[in-house]
Design a protein around this ligand. Structure first.
Ligand code: FAD
Length: 390
């Protein structure tokens, strides 16, 4: 891990500013020091390294694009992407923790919240003093969140929330949850639910083979009294959660690149060192084909991310463009992890190398935040004007 070399075959560094490179290098150093040495053990034990939350806060990984007056970094989207890339080079579960906090908790509070909500939550979320989670998916409504059953009623001086959410990253350790539920008119609204509110619990989901170092749980609301000031006033309908997901999916496109780079780097080094038939396995054409194709796919994905980041900076990136990048890059990373696993032979299945962990992690990444096939159908809709998923 210490010897990690990022592939940069098309001199993409030349497209980055000095600030981008400084941020990228600082996060790379952080990952080498704080994540790579511990992550395999935590993943094997299926344990969340809770201390990392404060450390992420200290390096400014939470809310990098949120203005500094609320504790955020005030950075552009290329910086945000590079941070995600570097953290996922360490582990997709760690990147998930950061994505959720930044794009799915801080972003909706910043974009749709009141000034009081922003002042109350954003600085603490930015510093890692508070951890948040995002509740959209329900057990019976994954790809189709519009069918959600969680709902709340207006009880005069408060709302009464009932229902449950499933597969929620960070839930077991979260201090607050941004929850999407229907009001009496069937309209989806966002509510900030705080740990400690009566009737609110966050049971952990166990036995995962993927994202083992990230915690996942349910959110259960049993007549939870939510103060009226905890409603996000600035958005109504599924547009709210979808805008958050656009931001998170953009980060995932970069994050997957980090996981792919780590697998490629490890495979390249192993291929040059491992001797079979008296030669490094890197001298066989079939190994070279695997490495050449990995580098090609990584390079294409890097260019995609950079261009998408520039569009995000100009506020021009569309949902379909983000779908294309998330879908392409996660599949690319998964394929590279599988090929890298082959190059490592038997060693590839052990925790001596990061490959199998990345591969198993990416099986969640390809499903969450819109499955691989749903993103394909979003593109199909964009091309034809016909929504095939409804
Ligand atoms: P389903 O929707 O049941 O899909 C099953 C299969 O059917 C998929 O292959 C899908 O592509 C396919 N399918 C469904 N509909 C169609 C269609 N119309 N046409 C073609 N194929 C279709 N959610 C949150 O809200 N917050 C979180 O923090 C969060 N974290 C997660 C963490 C992990 C580790 C995981 C695994 C999931 C997380 N999720 C979270 C939930 C995630 O977003 C959902 O799992 C995802 O949206 C898919 O929903 P589902 O699992 O119910 O699958």
């Amino acid at each position: 891990q210490d010897r990690f070399e990022a592939p940069d075959f098309y001199q993409i560094d030349d497209l980055l500013t000095e600030e981008h490179k400084l941020i990228r290098d600082a996060v790379r150093t952080f990952v080498k020091k704080e994540i790579s040495p511990i992550i395999e053990d935590y993943a094997q034990r299926a344990e969340f390294p809770q201390d990392i939350v404060k450390k992420f806060g200290e390096i400014g990984a939470f809310g990098p694009t949120i203005p500094s007056e609320y504790g955020g970094g005030g950075l552009d989207y290329i910086s945000y992407g590079l941070i995600m890339q570097e953290i996922e080079r360490g582990d997709s579960g760690m990147r998930s923790t950061v994505s959720v906090q930044s794009s799915l908790v801080m972003y909706p509070i910043y974009a749709f919240g009141t000034e009081e909500q922003k002042q109350k939550y954003l600085p603490k979320l930015a510093s890692g003093e508070m951890l948040g989670c995002f509740g959209l998916t329900e057990a019976d409504y994954g790809s189709n969140p519009s069918g959600m059953q969680s709902h709340f009623t207006d009880e005069g001086d408060h709302y009464l929330l009932n229902g449950s959410k499933m597969w929620i990253s960070n839930a077991p350790y979260a201090d607050i949850a941004v929850v999407w539920a229907k009001n009496e008119n069937g309209r989806v609204r966002g509510l900030i639910v705080e740990r400690g509110m009566e009737g609110f619990s966050t049971p952990e989901i166990h036995n995962k083979w993927s994202l083992r170092a990230s915690t996942t749980g349910e959110l259960v609301f049993d007549n939870v009294k939510v103060p009226k000031e905890n409603l996000l006033p600035g958005i109504e309908g599924l547009r709210g959660p979808m805008q958050c997901l656009d931001s998170a999916r953009y980060g995932i496109a970069w994050g997957a690149l980090g996981a792919a780079m780590d697998c490629y780097d490890s495979a390249k080094r192993y291929a040059l060192e491992r001797i079979q038939f008296d030669k490094p396995i890197a001298s066989f054409q079939l190994t070279q084909k695997k490495l050449a194709e990995m580098l090609t796919e990584i390079t294409k994905a890097q260019l995609l991310c950079w261009r998408l980041g520039m569009l995000k900076n100009e506020d021009k990136a569309t949902t379909a463009q983000i779908s294309l990048a998330k879908r392409n890059n996660v599949e690319m990373a998964l394929n590279i992890a599988r090929e890298a696993r082959q190059i490592h032979g038997g060693m590839g299945i052990t925790g001596e190398y990061p490959i199998m962990r990345h591969m198993m992690n990416l099986e969640s990444v390809v499903t969450y935040e819109g499955t691989h096939d749903i993103h394909l159908l979003i593109l199909g809709n964009e091309i034809t004007g016909i929504p095939a998923f409804k």
